[in-house]
Design a binder for this molecule. Structure first.
Ligand code: GS8
Length: 214
């Protein structure tokens, strides 16, 4: 049975899962969940994710939610059919991949998701973006990106000199940031800019970017 992704490709967390599936060349089916009608809070989806969020997957008996856990499952399941993005064969490397993912979860994501919510999703919900919230988070995200710039000055990628899930997990929110007036957070930092350009040149990433733009 084909792996099913319950979600919406334009949602950042669904897109994170799609980038991993595309990197690994996996066959999958997206089962659309209509957030506008509240389908994600209905009983069928709550059975997949009791927190009523997308994405969730079903792969035979494997049922998961949380986009990063799903992503790691996919990268492990299809190991050997695509790039080694978790580096689990080498404890020193996988530890740094884990570190980069934790930094994304705890330092990068809370700030960028707040900015994108204000600029992209609040208007869709008929709300006016709160500039004060945007400014505070843009300033804080700049400081996080200063740390990234220093790291990327010494290593091509966040976990070392190899592309990994630590990099890829940043893609979907950053993609939306690049369409805002705050793209200079990325482009003004030369190593971060080169890192972003390298990532978006990957065919799998470009494919998901096209899906997100569609
Ligand atoms: C977050 C999922 C999430 O926020 C993950 O999968 O990584 N930590 C989880 N999903 C949003 C859609 S944006 O991608 C969602 O379902 N929001 C509706 C809600 O929270 O009610």
């Amino acid at each position: 049975m084909v792996l099913k992704v319950y979600g919406f490709p334009k949602s950042t967390c669904t897109a994170r899962v799609l980038t991993c599936l595309e990197e690994m060349g996996a066959t999958y089916e997206v089962v659309p969940i209509n957030m506008a009608t509240g389908e994600h809070k209905g009983p069928a989806h709550l059975a997949r994710n009791p927190f009523g969020q997308i994405p969730a997957i079903e792969d035979g008996d494997v049922k998961l939610f949380e986009s990063r856990a799903i992503s790691k499952y996919i990268l492990r399941k299809y190991k050997g059919s695509g790039p080694d993005l978790l580096r689990e064969g080498k404890i020193e490397e996988s530890a740094v991949v884990d570190l980069g993912v934790e930094v994304e979860v705890h330092h990068y994501n809370p700030l960028i998701s707040t900015i994108i919510f204000q600029l992209r999703f609040a208007p869709m919900l008929g709300r006016t973006p709160d500039q004060k919230i945007i400014d505070t988070n843009v300033e804080a995200l700049g400081k996080v990106l200063d740390v990234y710039e220093a790291r990327l000055a010494n290593h091509k990628y966040l976990a070392g000199d190899f592309f990994s899930f630590a990099d890829l997990t940043h893609f979907s929110y950053t993609f939306y940031l690049m369409a805002t007036p705050y793209a200079s957070l990325i482009t003004s930092r030369p190593h971060v800019k080169a890192w972003w350009e390298d990532m978006t040149a990957r065919p799998a990433v470009a494919k998901v970017a096209a899906i997100m733009s569609g």
